[in-house]
Design a protein around this ligand. Sequence first.
Ligand code: ASP
Length: 331
Amino acid sequence: MSVALFTLGGTIAMAGAVGSATGTVVNRLTGADLTAAVPGLAELGVTLDVQDVQAVPSGDLTFDQVLDVVAAASRAVAAGAVGVVVTQGTDTLEETAYLVDLVWPHPEPFVLTGAMRNPTLAGPDGPANLLAAARVAAADAARGLGALVVLGDEIHAARRVRKAHSTSTAAFTSPNVGPIGHVIEGAVRVLATPTRPAPLAVPSPTAALAGTRVALYTVALDDDGALLAGLADTHQGLVVAGFGVGHVPSALAPVLGALAGRIPVVLTSRTGAGSVLRHTYGAVGSETDLQRRGLINGGLLDPYKARVLLRLLLATGADPKAVAAGFAEHG
Ligand code: ASP
């Protein structure tokens, strides 16, 4: 039984730079180094076919690179891999995992993992996370669940997971649902099955994504929206992270309404959990007012995931109606 392992760098693959006296770590470890450092991996009965793709901090990853990995993973599955593991930095993992989940068409599990503590520290979590990820990728119980994020022996649905702490080894949480499963004494236990809409089309990477810029704007107290001037000339879409259930200062409502007349503008909540509402508040700048002005309701999607979905939809040529339908289905 084989699992395809793609490595993309990140803390899990970082070590002290050779000859450096500063004590900082850089991307340096290969897939062979990572797998060699995992006690119990060899005894799993799973062959890991390693492909070292990138060695970068995850803040340097692009949609194109992630979609290239998806294509390579599809080829690996067609060649007989029972599942896929990707190691990468944790900083953007909640976004890359969702991008993968939106397009992954196979029943084979696509598992993303990383580490919060690098291998030079006492108690690095990378080896345990890689072992758990390999177990999940090879598990029958994880088939059909799409992209999964596995850290700390917890299994999270890509669609719901957030990085909610900057340093804790328990940084990954799914605020609206909790983990959908656990790895317990080496056994993969799935406790809830996420609903997954049909996979979206993959854009022709280089052309379509390069021409599709989606901005993310977080609303704040006493915000006059000056930063939004001219945005529709440089961007093809906008995600607004509003207050609470999807509100903005009343002065911003016409600004956002004017933008929504030119590009898709998606309304989300900056709170980190819960949904934006649809029909409760009526003031200027409330969710009903903004929807009347043409903003699209992002539902339960957090701002980062909404941005991933909007960029993917726009890059595949979705018109405003199709964008609204996409958020109605995925949000
Ligand atoms: N800054 C690092 C990165 O995202 C953190 C990590 O790997 O967890 O690559």
